[in-house]
Design a protein around this ligand. Sequence first.
Ligand code: SF4
Length: 352
Amino acid sequence: MLVFCILRLVKEGTNRTETAQLIEQWFLQNARDFPWRAEDTPWGRLISEFMAQQTQISRVAERWPAMMKRFPTPKAMAEADEQAVLSLWQGLGYYRRARHLKATAEMIMESFDGEVPSNVGDLLRLPGVGKYTAGAIASIAFGEREGIVDANVHRVFCRLENRSGDSVPSQWTWKIAEEFVSACDSSKVCNEALMEFGAVLCTPKKPECAHCPLRTTCKSFEAETQHEIPTPKQKAKRKEVFHYAVVIEHEHELAFEQRGDDGLWAGMWQVPTVESDTELTIEQVAAQLGIRVPMQYLDTFKHTLSHRSISLSVFTCKSRPDNNYLWFKREALAELPLASAQRKVLAVHYSS
Ligand code: SF4
């Protein structure tokens, strides 16, 4: 029995080495051109990882160069105003990540002499850095032998082993990740390769098995179960809510307020807005904002987020300056950190 177990472990180890090498070779020939790969620094990698959490990689690739130009070092970001970071984050969503990034830059200056830390233990101390991001930076930026698992890697491992049931990464997936990173030639190449392989070749709906270098060892390919693995995650039902945005104008300036430190669009700016779980009348909106002049209804549009569906109605009115708000001319709005829903509100206003 013991001999059998040892033989099985040796065989699995050999398989992992061969599979890891095949994926590494595939990556070296097929890696996509991303700017953080061309200008490869730990700080650049850290920024790309923060931006890529829950944002499409193509959008990150478009926005990363501007972020690096404005904040080429942790020092530059630590010394900047948080609003400057939020401004460059506009349209990427999940704005808490921008605030975590700014706080991370400050901690790097205060606790790590201005250098991105290289080991997982220190990286996990940074705001907004979890197990995946810490492993990604330690392995890809510093070559540490740390396994990483994201949704792409999880899917690849489940299909290679024909394992259904785990809709999201589990302890099993992390164990396989450790085995891969131990077996590969370079943890930097291997981890990037696994993520890229899942994003480009072993995709959720259309895995390109005919062109896959692993098809002779892939157990789900052999069993023809690859399209059922992993089991899809049950989607949470979106909550329906109602937002009422009022564009208040005075002599070509518009009134804005800043959102609170927590929750949706934390720290971002908006025109005065009422949020409700139920529909409100125009009179109720005016009363909640203390508006005593006539308001004009402009339009209503849907804005969908991962966890809620917002019916956003836009009104406008002309009013005297009100010290409860800050007032901005149209030319200044490009710099103001606004979530994309608020950009749509302004587009409705300016097109009316
Ligand atoms: S053979 Fe198909 S399912 Fe298996 S790893 Fe390759 S692309 Fe994915």
